[in-house]
Ligand binder design. Structure first.
Ligand SMILES: [Zn+2]
Length: 206
């Protein structure tokens, strides 16, 4: 099995998820991009309704390329890489509570076949030994193009809870832009009984 793995890796060398160059077997990033990502500083921040927020890197360079790879090229190992970085760098106090992914707008998610926030949340919950509780959903359909623009200009999406809501929640998203989406999630969670709501995102737009 190991031999087959090596042979396959030899025939088709893996490509860096950020720049597309060849990289070492079973690696998601080439040495160059790996080093650049390691140099990116994490960011503490906040948004109304959140007790605390933290992002593992600014939304630029390799980190931004990785989000694009996850979203548009469905490179799932990138979700694991994002979870590893979060686990390595996030303040220990933030890695508690139940992991709740920020819900992606339904049509966008369906078009891509998966949900980046959910993938990162699942990888992180597994690694940090936290429970995963996808208890949020977006309300209403509407025109998704308009919705994306609404997200960008900071108009909050309509968020509702489903099922049981944990008292302590760690929201996970791939990118934090204005914080409006995280605030809308926090508001819905608190209305359903959450008393502590924190958030971690892989990147944050500055
Ligand atoms: Zn690279």
């Amino acid at each position: 099995m190991e031999l087959l793995h090596s042979l396959a890796a030899g025939i088709v060398p893996p490509l860096c998820a950020a720049c597309g160059r060849n990289c070492r077997p079973r690696a998601s990033l080439c040495t160059h991009c790996s080093r650049r990502l390691a140099e990116a500083d994490s960011l503490a921040g906040g948004a109304p309704g959140l007790d605390r927020a933290w992002s593992s890197a600014p939304h630029e360079g390799v980190a931004r390329d990785l989000v694009a790879a996850l979203k548009f090229r469905r490179l799932l190992p990138v979700a694991e890489l994002a979870a590893d970085r979060i686990l390595w760098l996030a303040p220990a106090a933030l890695l508690s509570g139940s992991v709740v992914p920020v819900p992606t707008a339904r049509l966008r998610s369906a078009a891509r076949g998966f949900d980046p926030a959910a993938e990162i949340a699942q990888a992180l919950a597994g690694r940090a030994d936290l429970s995963l509780q996808p208890c949020l959903r977006r309300k209403g359909g509407g025109r998704q193009v308009g919705k994306r623009r609404a997200d960008r200009v900071g108009r909050p999406p309509l968020i509702a809870t489903r099922g049981e809501v944990p008292r302590s929640v760690l929201l996970i998203d791939d990118v934090m832009t204005t914080g409006a989406t995280l605030s809308a999630c926090a508001s819905a969670l608190r209305q359903s009984g959450a008393v502590r709501v924190t958030a971690i995102t892989f990147t944050r737009r500055l």
